[in-house]
Write a protein that binds this ligand. Structure first.
Ligand SMILES: Nc1ncnc2c1ncn2[C@@H]1O[C@H](COP(=O)(O)OP(=O)(O)OP(=O)(O)O)[C@@H](O)[C@H]1O
Ligand SMILES: [Mg+2]
Length: 439
């Protein structure tokens, strides 16, 4: 194995259905090439949260070792995601007097500090403080006020909070694999980074990542993040419904869904018949394929209605002019666009990560939206102290417990990334304080 000649970045998506690790090299033009992928069915996760530490650790190890073997390098630290129904978000604002009439980064840091001074429940911590727009004196809609002249600086922000223990469990599992966590990013933000275009964000768009355990929502309007939410219903519920309704084991139900499932009954010819394996020693039965679709359609419709209600309660349903972008594994079910358009009454597209490098035939899959977004995030912060790769030899990773003090570095420079175009890049404002205080 050879010495790494390029900067290398690593992303780890610990999903409810699969854990996927991706290693990529960053090229001089700042694009990246994926050089190693490790994918393993997830165990120990439910609805986006860790429910079994040992099983989760083992799955991470399998995925990471596979990625390392393929890449030919060993990994020291990763950028990873967080989701689950413990995630909450709201908008806030702050205001300060400008010190020397010309606005500097220090003024921006101070105004962001005032915006984040909100009371949140004791078991929640702020994950992200994302700037939406600034106002200098009476001039608003400013994306980057540095260098502008003014007496008063105001900011509108989107604040995302999450359960302290849920995040600690993710970090604990990764550290128990001998790895460090240098980024912890809300999963819908990562997915949106991988699949949305700047035009969509400017015009207004709702990203909906429908995975196995969670449906993650992120809304962008005027180029800035406005709303995020995580609904704990997704593809696994569809599979469970099939298992119950057609009286077949869950594994078979999943297989039936992947093989014959469609989102709309009318897409299936009425005379099409499939075989349903029986539970235990019961014999297999033949049923109409439409019966399978009849189970899937109402569950997905219900899910879309829940998403729509979420958008409407947040007040953004009528502002997402470019419509809805679906991604995540469940978006692969045939007919999702049509069903979603019926519910949302807006244009809908299925999106895969925008990536055209090495292994693009594998990487360009809606299931990899989150991990590719995490790679993009890792690329922004490559070169920072923890963004490290070992070299060449890939040792079998032991489950040794690493020093609890080692590993997580969220630097203050990350807060500065709040201030740029007020949109996607700002999305990655980090959990500096939270990490420093919590881990
Ligand atoms: N080709 C396909 N057709 C239909 N459904 C699919 C297909 N491939 C995967 N799925 C479904 O997608 C879901 C998994 O999606 P994904 O890999 O995005 O989830 P995850 O990231 O592991 O979970 P989560 O993000 O919810 O924690 C499963 O319910 C699976 O059945
Ligand atoms: Mg996912």
């Amino acid at each position: 194995m050879s010495e790494p000649t390029k900067d290398l970045i690593v992303a780890l998506d610990i999903g409810t259905s699969k854990v996927v690790a991706m290693i990529a090299e960053v090229l001089p033009n700042n694009s990246f090439n994926v050089i190693g992928i490790g994918h393993h069915p997830s165990r120990g996760m439910k609805k986006g949260m860790v429910v079994n530490i040992e099983e989760t650790i083992q799955t991470i190890q399998y995925a990471m070792e596979e990625a390392e073997l393929r890449a030919g390098f060993s990994v020291r630290s990763v950028c990873t995601g967080i989701a689950g129904s413990h995630i909450h978000s709201f908008n806030s604002s702050g205001m300060v007097a400008v010190k020397d009439t010309e606005i500097t980064q220090a003024d921006i840091d101070r105004v962001l500090e005032t915006a984040r001074a909100v009371s949140i429940p004791a078991d929640q911590q702020i994950l992200h403080v994302l700037s939406q727009q600034f106002k200098v004196n009476d001039q608003d809609d400013i994306r980057n006020p540095i260098g502008m002249t003014g007496m008063r600086l105001e900011v509108k922000v989107h604040i995302i909070t999450g359960s302290v223990s849920a995040a600690q469990n993710i970090v604990k599992c990764i550290r128990r694999c001998g790895l460090e966590v240098n980024e912890l990013v809300l999963q819908p933000l990562a997915s949106s980074m991988a699949v949305l275009t700047q035009d969509e964000r400017d015009i207004g768009v709702a990203l909906v990542d429908i995975g196995g355990g969670t449906t993650d929502i992120a809304i962008f309007i005027d180029g800035a993040i406005r709303h995020t939410a995580v609904i704990p219903i997704a593809g696994d519920q569809v599979t469970n419904d099939i298992a119950m309704a057609l009286r077949t084991p869950t594994v078979e139900a999943e297989e039936l869904k992947l093989r014959y499932g469609v989102s709309k009954q009318m897409m299936v010819p009425p005379d099409s018949v499939i075989e349903i394996p029986g539970v235990g020693d019961r014999v297999a039965r033949r049923v109409k394929r439409q019966s399978l679709a009849a189970v899937i359609e109402p569950r997905l419709e219900e899910l879309f209605v829940l998403v729509q209600r979420n958008l409407s309660e947040a007040g953004f349903e009528h502002l997402i002019a470019s419509g809805v972008v679906l991604t995540g594994g469940t978006s692969l079910l045939p007919g999702m666009t049509e069903l979603a358009e019926e519910v949302f009454m807006k244009p809908v597209r299925i999106a895969q990560p925008a990536y055209d490098g090495n292994l693009s035939d594998i990487v360009c899959n809606p299931r990899y939206a989150t991990v590719v977004g995490l790679l993009m995030e890792a690329r922004k912060h490559k070169g920072e102290p923890t963004a490290g790769m070992g070299r060449a030899h890939v040792p079998a990773r032991s489950q040794t417990k690493v020093d609890q003090q080692a590993g997580v570095h969220a630097t203050s420079s990350r807060v500065q990334s709040n201030v740029n175009d007020g949109s996607q890049q700002s999305v990655w404002a980090k959990m500096k304080d939270w990490f420093v205080k919590t881990f």
